[in-house]
Design a protein around this ligand. Sequence first.
Ligand SMILES: Cc1cc2nc3c(=O)[nH]c(=O)nc-3n(C[C@H](O)[C@H](O)[C@H](O)COP(=O)(O)OP(=O)(O)OC[C@H]3O[C@@H](n4cnc5c(N)ncnc54)[C@H](O)[C@@H]3O)c2cc1C
Length: 507
Amino acid sequence: MAPRKQKVPSMAQSTAPPESPRACVIGAGLGGLALAIRLQAAGVPTVLIEARAEPGGMIRTWQQDGFTFHAGPAAIADPAPLRELWSLTGEDLADRLALVEVAPAWRCSWPDGSVLDLPADPAQLARLAPDDLAGYEEFLEWCAASRGDGWQRPAESPGGDLVTALQSLPAVLRHKGWRSAAGLAASLVRSDRLREALTVPLLGAGGNPRSAPALQLLGQLPPALGPAWWPLGGMGALVDALAQRFVALGGELRLHDPVVRIETVGNRATAVECASGWRSAVTQVASNADVVHTWRDLLGGAGFGAERARKLMARRFSPSAFTVHFALEGTWPGIPHRSILFGPRYAGLLDDVFTHGVLPQDQLILLAHPSLTDPELAPPGKSVFSATVPVANLTKLPIDWEVVGPVLQKRVLAEIGRRLVPDISDRIVTAFHTTPRDLALDFNAWAGAAWSLEAIPTQSGPLRPHQRDGKLANLTLVGAGTHPGAGVAAVLASAKGAAALMLENAK
Ligand SMILES: Cc1cc2nc3c(=O)[nH]c(=O)nc-3n(C[C@H](O)[C@H](O)[C@H](O)COP(=O)(O)OP(=O)(O)OC[C@H]3O[C@@H](n4cnc5c(N)ncnc54)[C@H](O)[C@@H]3O)c2cc1C
């Protein structure tokens, strides 16, 4: 179970009179924060409302006994969109937050002890996949050639509608964007392990490497396959910086007050109401909250809301995540910032998690060791880790996580012990876990899905819920459930697109 003590950022919550109409962003996840900053920086008075006591959404922080634990992304693949966002506020991000290199960006290791660091260590690559040196180079070339017009531009374009899709069609054809990530890797390299290593980052965005479009991989890979990045103080420090910047710009941040209703008149959202009874007229509304929650619970009274939610619930949602947070005695310079501990199976395990709704006996562990990069996250001589295992969501695997959680925690720690820290049980200072049930209850995430709708071709681009809804002229969606999808890069791109739509409306 998670520790009770939560980190609550110190920030003034401004108190503009509730009558003054303004734009409202529901949910202060990364997508909501980025959108609210863009609106406020452009001169649109904005209120950002968060259900929880702290902003950040799935990027979550706990502090306990001198340790800072993190849930969510273990590194940022590309800091450029964050820098661009910050520059809109008239400041340089570097003046507020230090981003440090994480290299290798990730280490892959297999049960037989073989290892590959990425960006590829030439000696390791030659040992692991001697026939694939040219194929690896081709993979890098494909990434470099496709990143701009195959991923970034369409991702940042507002809407993800048919017009956008048609505009990006030439790039999709040029980069063979219809292929899955696994299909792309299979066409370039022969080694199964190298294929696994190149496609596994998609799991960070909730995509199945076997079925998610290859272009989606680009959001998860550092540009030119260089290092990844970590904000000193942790991802929580990044969230705090964003929230404080929004307030400093004059935005109103309401924490710990869930929106319970979006009021509508005709084809317009007119007001939002919170659990506390606080209510405000709004000119425009954006929802960063889960898409099913938005339609079913916040717009359920509008008639069409329930119908939309029913259709959404019939679609394929991403897996969930089971995470063990733990602190160890000792420091572990040999364990990199981010590792992937593959199990004996890859394709079969992905099928179990994404398709069959089975809790596998074997494991694929995404292991983060942030205190390696950022020693202040743990007391001297100690270390902090998180180990995430993708698991089927609650609709596919309706098990009692209160019972299964402690068992799975033991299994995950035992596997890390076998592979990396032989005397782990003697070294554990503290450990707790979060389950799909926590994601559902803490964030209103439908089915406890950690990445909202799954990234499959039939739920991507124009087939993903659009950012601008057809029913309500002034409702915009932002974040993982809408265009272009989940993950840090996609959610930041989504905020850029949403802001463009809302600023156009505000003219
Ligand atoms: C374990 C895990 C590992 C991950 N690893 C990676 C990774 O390696 N790389 C990567 O790129 N991404 C990763 N992600 C995904 C990434 O963190 C998310 O895609 C991203 O943070 C989602 O941001 P968001 O703004 O769309 O939504 P969320 O973070 O879900 O934020 C939505 C917010 O809305 C709030 N809300 C809900 N209902 C209401 C309401 N009624 N009123 C007010 N507020 C409400 C919620 O409390 C929440 O704060 C990971 C996620 C998880 C869970």
